[in-house]
Design a protein around this ligand. Sequence first.
Ligand code: MN
Length: 537
Amino acid sequence: MTTAKEIIAAMSHPSEADIAYIEKAYELAKKAHEGQLRYSGEPYFIHPAATAKVLAEYGMDATTIAAGLLHDVVEDGKATCEDIEKDFGKDLLFIIDGVTKLGTHKYHGAERHAESLRRLLVATASDIRVLIVKLADRYNNMQTLEHVPEHKRRRIALETIEIYAPIADRLGMGRMKTALEDLAFPYIDPDAAQHVAEMRKLKTKETEAGLAKVRKEIGQELAKKGLKDFHTDIRMKGLWSLHQKLKRKNDDINLIHDIAALRVIVPTMEDCYVALGLIHALYKPIPGQFKDYIAFPKPNGYQSLHTTVMTPDAGVVEIQIRTEEMHRHASFGIASHMSYKQLGKDIDQLNPNAQRSRFSSLASSWRSLIPSLMRMSKSGEEASSPAKVPPWLAELAEAHAEATGSQEFVEGLKEDFFSHRVFVFTPKGDVVDLPAASTPIDFAYAIHSDLGDHLQGAKVNGKLASFDTVLSNGDIVEIIRRDSAHPSPKWLELVRTSLARKNIRAALGLTEPTKHPGRRARHRRSSMRTLHGKSAH
Ligand code: MN
């Protein structure tokens, strides 16, 4: 059983008040879950205590860690919301309320899961910590999934792979993403999971000695040429991710060169390029395999140089070069900007005039890492309000808040998260991140609903393109707007994003059947105002 001491020890520089707060939450949760058992037959409290420890390891603040301890207390009816708010504050109550599954009385089965997810996303749009607690909760549940009744396991594993791992990925939490995927994999396809694990083991054994030699050689070369304070390590590709890649490569493991990649971690960004030059001088790079994610970060903020080289000792080897800072971000993502040490630094360096509240500064530190996303949300209203989440997440919650049924909701989520993405550019060079097979209509709506609603024509890479053109990575898309242009019902067949579909339906006056007309309609009006300003109708 994880003790309060262990949780506190995992925190970075907790204050006296933080320690007392965590201890109080620990005691309450322990008492509340007394006598309850997990499926495994162990005391229930093992679960919230382990969840809290994960949150502490991710560098989260005391409120979030305490929320991890208390996240199942209200659901199980052992404590009232009033007591929690009085003792632990509004923020904590809000977080656990967002994480809590819905009661069984109103929704059933799949409907209940979808409704819980929808609520989670809506709550996350006001406080990203809700989602981080949910991910830590899910992570611990996946670790103990073997004890859950068999008929539930597959559903939980699928939901983890289809929804929670992609969310962790979009938040830049690479470590969490891989852990969730690999925990779920054996429950989704036990044979494949075993097969891939064996293949990885075999391949690793084969290249181990050679790779160690390459690692040593690179280390010596960098040191000889004056690079200081760097270190190298070897990262293994996750099993689920390897499985996906194998499927794309006709199950030929010899075509996959990043099962074990060599990582070089250096102090500064300049050092990254110096190290790259030295490595390319040492081993011949494979043409077309170099990727500069430092100059062009992935939409989730991931930065690194990737190159693939031919080595005499280990054959083809993928090498990833990054700074310590980039490395931390690649592992912990948005959570790395909530740690005590880092947060102070972010506020001072990036946002000197910001309100000195810990979480109002989050959006700005996050956005500074992802300029492309920042440029995507141009509404002045939004910029001045202290948003707490990346804009794409707020938009996602908004886009799906109105889905009419649980099936549509889950499909919409999968569409936005699960499919591969393409990255296209505006004529000014801003990046727009869209699902694969998106068209210029999706692009126009991704920029602004007004642009979509008055879309007259589109140019792709300087040439006029029809509305059914499928956009590819790197395309430069220019939208021609005209006041008299209006959406046509045909567009509904050409779009890929739910955002575009929703806007087109609205512009065409197609009303969607709604289960709870009063509540949803209210929500729609108020959120449209916030997101789209005057252009909404
Ligand atoms: Mn839980």
